[in-house]
Design a protein around this ligand. Sequence first.
Ligand SMILES: NC(=O)c1ccc[n+]([C@@H]2O[C@H](COP(=O)([O-])OP(=O)(O)OC[C@H]3O[C@@H](n4cnc5c(N)ncnc54)[C@H](OP(=O)(O)O)[C@@H]3O)[C@@H](O)[C@H]2O)c1
Length: 314
Amino acid sequence: MEYRRLGNSGLKVSALGLGTNNFGERLDEQGSVRVIHAALELGINFLDTANRYGDGRSEEWIGKALRNKRREALIATKFARAMGSGPNDAGGSRNHIMEQVEGSLRRLDTDYIDLYQMHVSDPETPIEETVRTLDDLIRQGKVRYIGCSVFAAWKVCEAVWTARTLNMNSFVSVQPQYNLLQREIEKELLPFCRRYNLGIIPYYPLAAGFLTGKYRQGEAIPKGTRFAASPRHQRLFNEKNFSILARLERFAGERGHSVGELAIAWLLANRVVSTVIAGASKPEQITANLRAVDWKLTAEDVKEIDQTLQDKSI
Ligand SMILES: NC(=O)c1ccc[n+]([C@@H]2O[C@H](COP(=O)([O-])OP(=O)(O)OC[C@H]3O[C@@H](n4cnc5c(N)ncnc54)[C@H](OP(=O)(O)O)[C@@H]3O)[C@@H](O)[C@H]2O)c1
């Protein structure tokens, strides 16, 4: 396994991480624990979850899987999305963060969180309040590093500069949507992260499984898959995406790899990416995804892929 520093921090995270938003949703406790143990055995040390995944079950089952194994894993969880309908049940206020961190620690059955990420930005709470609270959590030892997730580039910049101005701990990472089909962050957020040394943790690295090539145009959706369970993902089924997929499959196939491996290897070819938190519903998927880590794309490869994606005839 390759390990990379999480942004400008000293923390080393596995290049392939594990996303767990399917725990407690489509995966039961036994299946979730099996996936985590398989990941740890393969050298994965970075587990991404959130307070609300599976209504708290994702955190709970991570806690169970890590009993007596806590030091083998780094836990990244999140707060800020709504946990109830009350006025203080979401966001970045001191009130909400202090409550949520205790809930996550309890469900995870641990006394510290390795990376505490603000899931979405909060337009109402002054950023100084959020930054001070997160800095307090680090000083209290409840949290070791902080990051954010779905934030506009300027909001990440605002948070980083607020922390700098107040001489406080600052975000070390950002978790945006980023994959071969969704490259919006390349305009603003990615250059910012490169300049300020924040690590990028792409979510939906496989476009929820579309980029593994298991969904074929005009064919029935395979039973038991993510797209069968969550039809909203089927919005990816269009002429353009299937055409891109076919070209990427050809590129990967000519080099003896699968298109899923290409999706991960392409993200890792960018050094600003710290870890690729691909989700998995079975241990075999992790083994398959791990092959991507050893496939080092060259600058030529990356250029060729860019040309393929920019081809106006698609
Ligand atoms: N910050 C945010 O707002 C946000 C939003 C979304 C996700 N996330 C995080 O990002 C993580 C990754 O996203 P994701 O899990 O939603 O999507 P993803 O990583 O793009 O896709 C994962 C899904 O693809 C399928 N898959 C994975 N490897 C495969 C393989 N080798 N062969 C065939 N199928 C394979 C599995 O689905 P099936 O086997 O079930 O078909 C798996 O659950 C999440 O788990 C979560 O931690 C964060």
